[in-house]
Unconditional design. Structure first.
Length: 163
């Protein structure tokens, strides 16, 4: 088996985020958690993923602080998986992926699931990136400021010998 490259010490927030989430199964588990899935069987039925893969992904999401295991809400002997505050902070990521998918992978009249406002059932407005002063920002308007590499320690010079 090929060993997965780890990015948990990278200076790039995207790399660390991808490292924490892991793979597409993990994002789909998070999506299902937002949709109300809480039990192992609910995730498995929704995703159709093998039990060993689901077990590993759930464990990684719990270990990473995205999900937590709690006693079943109905008082039964089962456990449930619920989003932590860190996991709930993935909401914008899931919405952004959904909106990107709607824009690029469906024909205009092709039916697909839709995320709507619970209060009035209207579709959500497209997510936008805004500057500190409120301007819309696109890819050409932003730049990543890289972290400067640490300064190299000075090399000690050879001691001088009197002549």
């Amino acid at each position: 088996m090929v060993r997965r490259t780890r990015f948990n010490d990278s200076d790039c927030p995207v790399a660390r985020s991808v490292d924490a989430i892991g793979d597409w199964w993990s994002l789909l588990i998070v999506r299902d958690a937002f949709d109300g899935s809480r039990r192992f069987g609910e995730f498995q039925r929704s995703l159709g993923v093998a039990k060993n893969i689901l077990t590993a992904r759930l464990r990684a999401l719990v270990d990473g602080g995205v999900l937590e295991v709690v006693p079943a809400s109905d008082g039964s002997a089962y456990n449930e998986y619920v989003l932590t505050p860190k996991g709930r902070d993935l909401f914008n990521v899931i919405v952004a992926l959904r909106q990107w998918g709607e824009a690029h992978f469906f024909a205009p009249d092709e039916p697909h699931s839709e995320m709507v406002d619970r209060r009035d059932e209207h579709p959500l407005h497209a997510l936008e990136v805004r500057s500190a002063d409120g301007r819309r920002i696109g890819p050409d308007d932003a730049v990543v400021k890289k972290v400067a590499p640490p300064a190299a320690a000075p090399t000690p010079s050879a001691p001088s010998v009197p002549s």
